[in-house]
Design a protein around this ligand. Structure first.
Ligand code: GRF
Length: 193
């Protein structure tokens, strides 16, 4: 599921093209016109284009999104720069099987502006977090994290680009681990055995 330039999606697809790939991408979900939709058309992978504006309200969007994604029968759902909060219908169907990549070291700097917020706060390190999605904003159990140092001359763009190069590898690694080994949840702790 993606809304942006889709570079994390491309990384997931590259990994799924490898001869020893552990997973395949069943469908690509977008909520707007974006590069991720083009990637779907170029790759021939089913596109699920599901926009809030096409529904009477958010709940109707959420329910139909759950139904359409469910029809693709995914084992795991990955949000890779999907700029919408998933609602109760979606999470009750896929809860515990939705993975998100966030461009900061959670629980610091959750939300849509994680890179800018870390920069504005003046922290010296930030990074990437891959976590399970729950009904909060970037609050689910953490699966993996990696640190990225902040440079004095960093802009939001330069920092985000360095974080994204980490996210691309980390997310594909975690998805590979999840499909091959699963995950054990113990309270807040997520352990990939
Ligand atoms: C990533 O930094 C992701 O964590 C954030 O949006 C970015 C997506 O990048 N939520 P891209 O669209 O895959 O290039």
């Amino acid at each position: 599921m993606a809304s942006g330039t889709g570079s994390l999606l491309e990384s997931l697809l590259r990994r799924s093209d490898a001869p020893d790939a552990a997973y395949r991408v069943a469908a690509i979900v977008v909520d707007r016109d974006c590069r991720a939709a083009d990637i779907s058309r170029e790759s021939g992978i089913q596109l699920i284009d599901c926009r809030v504006a096409a529904y009477p309200d958010r709940a109707a969007w959420d329910a139909d999104l759950a139904a359409r994604v469910g029809a693709a029968e995914p084992e795991w759902v990955v949000t890779a720069g999907f700029m919408k909060i998933l609602g109760p219908a979606f999470l009750s169907r896929f809860g515990g099987r939705v993975v998100n990549s966030h461009p900061a070291l959670l629980p610091s700097f959750p939300g849509a502006h994680g890179v800018a917020d870390a920069l504005a706060h003046g922290v010296k390190v930030t990074g990437a977090t891959v976590h399970l999605v729950d009904d909060g904003v970037d609050t689910g159990p953490i699966l993996a994290q990696e640190v990225v140092a902040i440079r004095v001359d960093d802009t939001e763009d330069s920092l985000h680009e360095r974080i994204k190069s980490v996210e691309r590898i980390l997310l594909a690694d975690v998805v590979t681990d999840l499909v091959t080994k699963g995950v054990v949840i113990d309270g807040r702790k997520a352990i990939i055995p």
